[in-house]
Structure formats: C-alpha cells, structure tokens
Design a protein around this ligand. Structure first.
Ligand SMILES: Cc1ncc(COP(=O)(O)O)c(C=O)c1O
Length: 418
C-alpha cells in the first residue's frame, strides 16, 4: 500500500520554545494560566514584532516618500521593503501588486469602491457564499445600493459547513462579473478549494476576490497558484500589529481602477480643478500611511517563515482534528463545520447553555473563547442559531490547552444542568 507523506508539524519542544516568544501568553487570568483560543479574532504578537515597533519609533520615525533627510529615507526604505517582502510572502509577480490598507475589511471596500464602481454596471451580479464574513457582504450591498448590481450566494450545505460545489455551475450565470469568497471560514473552519473556484470563474471571464483573513498567517498563500485577481488579508491575524493589511491585486485589474481616496501621495500633479494620479500602487494609498505597523508586518512575515508556514498549517490541522475529536466526546454538543480537513477554528453549542454563558464561564477559568455571531449573521440565520461559542487555534496552542478547554466545558455543562 502506498503511504501518503504527512507534512511536518511542530514538535512539543518547538511549541514550548515558540511560546517563549510571546510574552502575553505567560500570565494568569482570574487565577488560572491563560489559554488563549481567540486567534480567529486576533493573534498574539511575538516579541520581535513588538520590538520592531519600538525600534521604529525610537530610531527611525519620520514621514515616508516626502523627506530627503536621513530618518525619512530610512522610514521610506523600510516601508517599501515590506512591499517587496509581502510580494514574496504571497508570491505576487511584482511588489507593485501590493497595496497597504488597514486590513481585510478596507481591502474589500477598496475593490468595491474602486474596481467594482468602475467596471460593473446596473444588472451585473456579484456571487458570494453563505459563509462570508460581514466584511465580504456589506461592501457589496452598499455597491448594489449605489449602482444597481445584484447579489447571489453559493449555498452552504448545513452544519457540516461545506460549500455546495455541486451547484457552483448553476450559480456562475452569465451576469456574474465578480466571485468573492473566503479561503477559510471564521465560524466553520472550512477550507475552501480556492484554486478550483478561481479556475471555474476564470474560465467564464469572472473576476475573483479571495478573503484570506483566516488563511494568510496559517498556510502558504500563493496568489499565482490560487489564480485570483484580488486577495485581502489582515496583519493582526498573522502575528502583525492591528491597523495594517494588504490588498493584492493582479496588475491587469489594478490598471482598470480609479483611485480609492484622494489626498497626499496618490497624486503626481495637482491643479486647482484637476489632478493626475501617481503610479500604481501609490495611486491607491492616500495620505500618511500606517508606517510603523507596515514595517512590523514584514517582521511578522519573517517570523512566520522562520517557523515554516507548512509546519504551521500542519499543526493547525492536527490541533483542529484533535479538538473536534475531543469535543465530540461531550454529550449534548453541537459542532459546526466539517469533521475532516478542517482549519483551527471550531464553533459549537452546548445544549441548554447560551454561548455567552459558555464564554463568560470559560473566562473565569482563564480560557479565552469567543461567543456571538462572529460577523456571520447570515450564516447563523441559515443554520438557525443566533450565536455559537468558538475556539480558534494558532501554532502556539497545545493539545494540553485543548484538553483544558474540554475539561472546562464539561464543568460548564455540570454547572448549568445541575
Ligand atoms: C473571514 C474574515 N474576513 C474578514 C474579516 C475582517 O477582518 P478585519 O476586521 O481585520 O478587517 C475577518 C475578521 O475576523 C474574517 O475572519
């Protein structure tokens, strides 16, 4: 029998060493060791990233692209070096395809405001999926109100949380001009076949946007291999600071886009009544950018690559499978998302206990979870629930922490059913 080679994961010793890079993890919450399982909301930051921010403000702080003094040159060089680093991280053809934004939300809004406003017209359709985050729904609703485009949604199958791919052809109708979908679901842990989705869309001349908020820091995300036109990510979910993200845009599409916002840096010449735009990508970055956080994002990318994104992905999948198996042993638990091949995001409901009670109780035991609709209200409505509890993992989480989660959930069940 042929054996399939498993990707290398992280050893216990490696995780122990990694945890020492995260000062925040070494603390007690309500008298218990912190078990941080809210990584889908935001990841923790390694010391090197925090230090990168301190170094910038202590040594190099100046505005970029404008000064000719030493500090401004240093700041500009480091800022632009992140663009090159990000292009390599995503395997973009050119650093000119990297636009810095505030995060995934702003990246998607940029495409809606700029590409879609310019290239779509009333009656054109945008295809989304039922598992999209509000950030990949509301910008399109606003666009529909503005220019009269229409939306449709590729269905999710149910609690097992897969896209109904058998129906994809039916939804890729001739009026669909853009297909925007998430790589990994932030509620279900589903890993969507992004390459296949992009290929099907491309064959019909449909432009694609991938929401990589939950994937970019968790696995290798190669925009050329995926074959997407746009890809959006948030730095804060991949060990970087808050307030910085990336929009990758295929050059062919960026050339078809008007500016997003007006102001400094995005112009080449301004007259009283008319202006000319700077070259791509600066055309899409108006005003003083988030310099320090952009620079620290490069440090985060270096850090992730030093660990190895293949190893991070393998650890994610291992821990997710372990959590699913352990959680399944609890009676009266309803688990959402696929049983197999899932990413490190697990949503569940305990019978007769509200998600907020689960999260509040768990917090008293030092376990940080998330409860609510996770910015997936349409998906919640489809699943006929108002909220779920969610545990989400990263490479610094251990099986022992999953065991602790299960122990606390068993305690919660006992407490609420006694
Ligand atoms: C799948 C997905 N898309 C988009 C976002 C929005 O990210 P941000 O708030 O960083 O812009 C999130 C955040 O949780 C997410 O999980």
């Amino acid at each position: 029998m042929q054996t399939v080679a498993q990707p290398p994961s992280l050893s216990d010793a490696e995780i122990e060493k990694i945890r020492q890079d995260f000062p925040i993890l070494d603390q007690k919450v309500h008298g218990h060791p912190l078990v941080y399982l809210d990584n889908a909301a935001t990841s923790q930051k390694p010391r090197v990233v925090i230090q990168s921010l301190v170094n910038y403000y202590e040594r190099d702080n100046a505005n970029v692209h404008r000064g000719i003094h030493e500090l401004s040159n240093r700041a500009s060089a480091a800022y632009e070096a992140t663009r090159t680093r990000a292009a390599k991280f995503l395997n973009a053809k050119s650093e000119d395809e990297i636009i810095f934004t505030r995060g995934t939300t702003e990246s998607i809004n940029l495409v809606a405001a700029s590409w879609a406003s310019q290239n779509l017209k009333a009656g054109d359709r945008i295809l989304l999926t039922e598992m999209e985050h509000h950030s990949n729904i509301v910008p399109w609703q606003l666009l529909c109100e503005r220019i009269g485009t229409k939306l449709s949604y590729l269905p999710v199958t149910g609690d097992e949380g897969l896209l109904d791919l058998a129906r994809l052809d039916e939804f890729l109708t001739s009026d669909v001009k853009l297909f925007a979908f998430t790589h990994i679901s932030n509620t279900l842990g589903t890993v969507n076949p992004v390459e296949e989705l992009c290929e099907k869309a491309r064959a019909r001349g449909i432009v694609t946007l991938v929401d990589a908020a939950q994937s970019a820091g968790h696995r290798v995300v190669d925009v050329q291999k995926i074959g997407c036109d746009f890809l959006a990510l948030s730095g804060h979910k991949m060990c970087g600071p808050t307030g910085v993200g990336i929009l990758y845009g295929r050059m062919e599409q960026l050339k078809r886009m008007s500016p997003y916002q007006g102001g400094g840096d995005m112009i080449s010449d301004v007259d009283f009544f008319k202006s000319a735009w700077n070259k791509i990508p600066y055309k899409f970055e108006a005003g003083t950018p988030n310099i320090a956080d952009v620079i620290a994002l490069a440090t985060a990318m270096d850090y992730l690559d030093q660990i190895g994104r293949d190893k991070i992905a393998a650890h994610d999948m291992e821990l997710a499978a372990y959590a699913y198996e352990r959680l399944s042993t609890l009676s009266g638990i309803r688990l959402f998302g696929p049983a197999k091949g899932r990413a490190g995001v697990t949503s569940f409901l305990l019978k007769d206990v509200h998600a907020h009670d689960v999260v509040t109780f768990a917090d008293q035991r030092g376990v940080a979870l998330r409860g609510g609709h996770h910015c997936n209200q349409p998906l919640m409505k489809k699943l006929k629930v108002s909220s779920t509890s969610r545990a989400s993992f990263y490479f610094y989480n251990t099986q022992a922490e999953v065991d602790r989660l299960v122990e606390v959930l068993a305690e919660i069940q006992k407490f609420f059913t006694a």
